[in-house]
Design a protein around this ligand. Sequence first.
Ligand SMILES: Nc1ncnc2c1ncn2[C@@H]1O[C@H](COP(=O)(O)OP(=O)(O)OP(=O)(O)O)[C@@H](O)[C@H]1O
Ligand SMILES: [Mg+2]
Length: 239
Amino acid sequence: MIKVSNLTKEFLQGQEKTQVLKGVDLNIKEGEFVAIMGPSGSGKSTLLQLLGGLDVPTKGDIQIAHKFLNKMKEKERTIFRRKKLGFVFQNYQLLPTLTVEENIAFPLHADGKLTNEKSKLIHELIHSVGLEGLNRKRANLLSGGQQQRVAIARALVNNPTVLLADEPTGNLDRARAEEILVLLSRFHHEKKQTIVMVTHDIFAAGFADRIILFRDGIIDQVISRKDSDYATYLANFMA
Ligand SMILES: Nc1ncnc2c1ncn2[C@@H]1O[C@H](COP(=O)(O)OP(=O)(O)OP(=O)(O)O)[C@@H](O)[C@H]1O
Ligand SMILES: [Mg+2]
């Protein structure tokens, strides 16, 4: 589903070049839920931006569903992003004065009018993220956990090939975070949704099939739920 090879990203700051990703190789299978962890500044968000086609690599290839993102022209990449990818961010990024259903419907407007079929889908999504009855509530009147549910529904409205989430529980307390993680897991198990989630929280990472540990722009370690020492690894991490 996702194939990344020799992915390199440099940023120019004044005269100085900093290499943020230093040749990352990564494969993610269809239906997999992967967590990316690592110290602040290790390049996690940069990787997610590149996977999401929000920025372009300095070198290397990114394939999603057999399409090379790095070979697309900007317009093509924008269309690919709109149709195939869903994004969830730490700070929700809803349109504050729009209602719950308007926010969720937002990505559909680029394809023209809302059909009955699409309206039905929006109502189903509102139900599956547990926001029944809040359809017409303005986003800025919702709690953080509720706003993130709207953001998840919005990210899923196009039935994305991949859901990319950058610290989706970063602003939430433990109970609210767990609700969001349970929700993501449900979409992962029931809909076989492929998810790539950046997180600082090993508790959150524990919901994933695989944890990829970044350090200084490279993959330092990969641990899979199938590994015999997975439980020990999580326990040590949390200790
Ligand atoms: N647009 C940019 N221009 C210049 N430098 C950048 C840019 N974006 C990121 N960087 C630098 O790249 C490095 C990695 O940033 P990135 O945001 O990917 O880290 P991160 O692992 O997501 O960190 P955090 O856990 O704090 O979110 C940082 O040193 C950052 O300053
Ligand atoms: Mg980050």
